[in-house]
Write a protein that binds this ligand. Sequence first.
Ligand SMILES: Nc1ncnc2c1ncn2[C@@H]1O[C@H](COP(=O)(O)OP(=O)(O)O)[C@@H](O)[C@H]1O
Ligand SMILES: [Mg+2]
Length: 422
Amino acid sequence: MIDQGAGRSRVLVIEDSQADQAAYRRTLREFDLEFADSGESGLERLALGRVDLVVLDYHLPRMNGDEVLALLRQGNPELPVVFVTGGGSENMAVGLLKRGASDYVTKDDLHTPRVASAVRGALERHRLDRARRRAEDELRRQKDELQSALRKLQEAQAHLIQGEKMASLGQLVAGVAHEINNPLSYVSNNLAVLDRDVRQVAGLMADYRAHFGDAVPPAIREAEERIDLDYTLTSLDRLLKSTRQGLHRVGEIVAGLRDFSRLDEAERKPVDPNEAVRATVEMVRYQARQKGADLLVETAPLPSTWCNPGQVNQVLLNLLMNAIQAVEAGGTITLRTRSLPASGEIQYEVADDGPGIPDAIRGRIFDPFFTTKPVGVGTGLGLWITYNIVDQHRGRIDLETGPGRGTTFTVTLPVRRPEDPE
Ligand SMILES: Nc1ncnc2c1ncn2[C@@H]1O[C@H](COP(=O)(O)OP(=O)(O)O)[C@@H](O)[C@H]1O
Ligand SMILES: [Mg+2]
């Protein structure tokens, strides 16, 4: 063997008898040998650096082999140790193996090849053990990698399906909104004219009655009673008012649908993302005050990013309105911004201390027209539009909520520059 140092195993023999040391020099010639003549000096030598295996005499001054082994294991949990015991004690040998010795030989074997073969065997087992552990680690790492790849695939798939659904819904919605918008506008105009005309006719009717009083012919009086003219005249006002409200509501829904379908016409430019905060907070401050809620704003400096500012305003507006509607008088809404330089992202966070969103509906709040609010308050379009805007900006929206814990929506957007690919 022409091996020089690195290839040869370094064996430390802890043995107090000079005669025995001489025997090891002969039988373990194939290894790089070092000697220590006490447990203490052996442990000191181990602390200094690489040793591949220890041959440990059980009977040492001051400490026995068990004590040395226990101390040695503290710093070298895997170092192979071959024990050399006084002859004959099988029980003790079995005990040593149990406590982590690799093998043992007896003093009777000292001059035989048995010592070298025990050392070789222990080194080989150790090598195999290490290789097995490395293979296991590698296997575990690959399994983790596969699992995370699978998870990513599943997410991507869900995202694709969602995107597909949204795209076709978007087209449908744009069409429907357009179709409703035309009749809506002439019905609204007609209603305004009708309102004016009906009031004029009612006024004229009142004039007739004042003028002719008792002189009205019985046939006409009968007709008046048949249609209950007094009631009809008073309820006209109410009817017109509620019709106006109904139309207004239809208008709001159509506007919401149009906002959604216009998402494609995104016009983007670089903006300070905190600008959206200032613009939107002004819009909702009044509503918050009316509710008796505190609106706190904590902005951090943010990098300028390429986005559609109108849409980002809309996201914040929707989240803030929901938060204001959720809290009690005296509640608090907090709008925070945060920069995540490590991932190149920014965050908007809208937190409220309202009742939270029950588990049972959490999966549906982003669906179009899903609302738990009374007619006239909610259209159920806010979060749907919000989701889509965030999605189009390649961002994500996360939700933290629970009964008594309030609700926190976090919108994370990538910081994008004009030259970034779409
Ligand atoms: N901050 C919030 N706290 C509690 N519930 C909320 C909050 N935000 C949204 N929700 C729930 O999600 C539903 C859908 O919200 P959204 O799409 O904005 O429609 P809308 O506000 O018109 O009802 C709401 O009706 C409400 O039940
Ligand atoms: Mg809403």
